[in-house]
Write a protein that binds this ligand. Structure first.
Ligand SMILES: Nc1ncnc2c1ncn2[C@@H]1O[C@H](COP(=O)(O)OP(=O)(O)OP(=O)(O)O)[C@@H](O)[C@H]1O
Ligand SMILES: [Mg+2]
Length: 321
């Protein structure tokens, strides 16, 4: 029998984020109970467990020799990475260094040219389609550009994965959507469309959608870019809470050094398609590799010899004429 949700849970009760988080915990348990009861038959349970086999020893993510090119441009040049379950990894790196490309490979959205990407022990390039989609259901993603559907309200966007990937009744989904929106402080904006939100609100809505299915692996691409400092700190806190309360594995790409140092258990710095350093925030701060120093100390790249770049550009135009 499917467990019933209590009727007295009202949207109005979901005011504070702390309370929202607490509720999420309760609802997560209830949701799992409900799903468990629904799929009570042995056969169904067997099918699920075979789709999601994972050994205790499997890291959440294991990447070996990953290479990816677009046309003749090689973006990832042999990336090796292991992310133990429950770790918060922050990926730093200059613009265009390949961070988002790496995230897409980790989610199985891009096919590597060489190397392997394993998630919970499964090689994404080798698993059957059904397993891949099962694994994807355990991943949440907040894309760099929010990627909300403009024709759906905020609530509709958060509801979408629940509607498409579960068979929960609409009434239950509505409550889950409210909880997720409360988590990111967007309860009041539930019925607005993405075009009616500020950039920061869109980011938070994308984050709520990424959390919709209670993923155990969450990818965030520049979660706090464009947010005011107070909201950004709130989001950092939320990420830390998620790790601590749900033991979620987080992979976060960010340019915000303060945020990176606050949330990371481990940091990697990507440069020209490779990691040049990997360590705790403290270790990375003390690293003397010139690329690391230049990134952390915000020292711009040296001008190529022969004068200022723009002067050479103008010279090139004049030469063309
Ligand atoms: N689909 C694509 N087709 C062709 N080139 C691409 C594609 N996606 C990314 N690139 C190129 O790959 C390089 C790395 O892009 P990527 O988006 O991974 O960088 P990034 O490190 O996330 O940068 P940013 O910090 O600006 O978001 C860039 O030069 C980009 O132009
Ligand atoms: Mg990017």
């Amino acid at each position: 029998m499917v467990a019933q949700y209590p009727r007295d849970v009202r949207c109005g009760q979901l005011r504070s984020r702390a309370w929202g988080l607490e509720m999420t915990l309760k609802w997560r348990r209830r949701l799992l109970d409900a799903l468990h009861s629904r799929h009570h038959e042995e056969a169904q349970a067997d099918k699920l467990s075979s789709r999601f086999t994972m050994t205790e020893a499997s890291p959440a993510i294991e990447v070996r020799g990953l290479e990816k090119s677009y046309g003749s441009r090689q973006i990832l040049c042999g990336v090796d990475l292991t992310v133990p379950a429950g770790e918060t990894l922050v990926i730093l790196g200059g613009s265009g260094s390949g961070k988002s490309t790496l995230l897409r490979c980790l989610m199985g959205l891009e096919k590597p040219d060489a190397g392997t990407v394993k998630v919970h022990g499964h090689d994404l390039a080798a698993v059957p389609r059904e397993t891949l989609s099962g694994l994807r259901q355990r991943m949440g993603v907040a894309f760099q550009g929010s990627a909300l559907f403009g024709s759906l309200t905020v609530a509709g966007n958060v509801d979408l994965p629940l509607k498409e990937l579960t068979d929960l009744p609409a009434s239950t989904r509505r409550i889950i959507v409210q909880i997720k929106l409360a988590l990111v402080g967007l309860e009041e904006a539930a019925q607005r469309y993405p075009s009616e939100l500020s950039g920061g609100m869109q980011k938070r809505a994308a984050f709520a959608r990424a959390m919709a299915l209670d993923p155990d692996l969450l990818f965030c691409d520049e979660p706090s870019a464009g947010l005011d400092p107070v909201t950004a700190v709130g989001l950092d806190r939320l990420l830390i809470e998620l790790r601590e309360v749900f033991n979620m594995t987080l992979v976060v790409v960010t340019h915000e050094m303060e945020s990176a140092m606050t949330i990371a258990q481990r940091l990697v710095l990507m440069h020209k398609g490779r990691f040049v350093v990997s360590g705790t925030p403290q270790e990375v701060r003390q690293n003397q590799n010139p690329v690391v120093r230049s990134f952390l100390d915000r020292v711009p790249e040296e001008e190529p010899p022969g004068g200022l770049r723009y002067q050479r550009l103008i010279q090139a135009w004049e030469d063309d004429d």
